[in-house]
Ligand binder design. Structure first.
Ligand SMILES: [Zn+2]
Ligand SMILES: [Zn+2]
Length: 293
């Protein structure tokens, strides 16, 4: 059991009769557009940990392993997924809120790890390093029937990347931990049916908040984190309005509030009359619903 029980949480995408209720075996060997479901669940997001689960009937992939292995196990179990059945973990960058569970997860499950070569050199291992599969930022690769594209983001890590994930004519994108929306990032988000996008801080809250000034500057810098205002600018001026779901992620506990982030994004979306798009705010403590495309 697992996905079969969980598709009732499916919120987006599939029109009636497009296969959402097919038994798992029915999709095998079928490569017809919407029949091949792509599912995504953000297991939690913020400065204490990040991980996003993406799956088809044939591939189960975790993007970042920023919670303890135990938390990853529990959060996957909460959506009906056995963590030992992961096919791969793909790492965006070396910060601990993206990799802290990686070593134990690989030791317990033997899951394959995909990471860029420069990032791999920054990872530290208490015991021996597992075998790593390296990719080049800006290049794509496949895991099972998932086509994964990577793109460089601006952040204070050695080689940080965002991801576009394609399957069965659908596309979803993940872009967190970026100081600003470069033309390249905007380009890569085009055509996405679902976007997981960082909405880290409210500028006024950050400026008047408790952080020391040098940390405030780091967060606000072009190698820091994306503000609610930057998200609103993107959604109102550069977005193609295709996505049915925008998941706001990596919210700061001190310098943001879910309601403010949501309001800013929603008013940007309504300013371009994208009434079909919903905004979901990811939280640190619990997974989002499972979205199915
Ligand atoms: Zn982070
Ligand atoms: Zn980071």
């Amino acid at each position: 059991m697992g996905w079969g029980r969980r598709v009732r949480f499916a919120i987006v995408g599939a029109a009636p009769g497009t296969g959402r209720h097919l038994p798992p075996s029915a999709g095998h060997g079928v490569r017809v557009g919407a029949l091949a479901a792509l599912r995504i669940c953000n297991l939690g997001s913020g400065s204490s940990g990040n991980a996003t689960f993406v799956a088809t009937d044939e591939a189960r992939v975790l993007f970042d392993a920023g919670f303890s292995c135990r938390q990853i196990q529990l959060r996957l179990a909460a959506i009906g997924v056995d963590y030992k059945r992961l096919d791969a973990v793909v790492i965006s960058h070396e910060h601990s809120d993206h990799v802290q569970g990686l070593e134990t997860l690989t030791r317990k499950t033997g899951v394959k790890v995909f990471v860029s070569q420069p990032t791999s050199e920054k990872l530290t291992w208490k015991k021996s390093a597992p075998e790593l599969t390296t990719f080049e930022a800006g290049r794509g690769f496949e895991i099972g029937d998932l086509a994964i594209e990577t793109f460089t983001v601006s952040h204070d890590a050695v080689d940080p990347v965002g991801f576009c994930i394609g399957h069965g004519g659908h596309k979803l994108s993940i872009a967190t931990d970026l100081g600003y929306m470069s033309d390249s990032v905007r380009y890569h988000l085009l055509g996405s049916d679902l976007v997981v996008l960082e909405s880290n801080h409210d500028l006024e809250m950050l400026k008047s908040g408790p952080y020391p000034w040098d940390l405030k500057q780091r967060v606000m810098s072009r190698a820091g984190h994306l503000s609610n205002a930057a998200v609103a600018e993107f959604l109102s001026q550069h977005w193609d309005r295709r996505a049915r779901t925008v998941v706001l992620a990596h919210l700061s506990t001190n310098n943001n509030h879910p309601t403010i982030a949501e309001m800013d994004a929603c008013s940007a979306i309504s300013s371009v009359r994208a009434d079909h798009t919903r905004v979901v705010v990811a939280s640190q403590g619990s997974p989002t619903p499972v979205f199915e495309l």
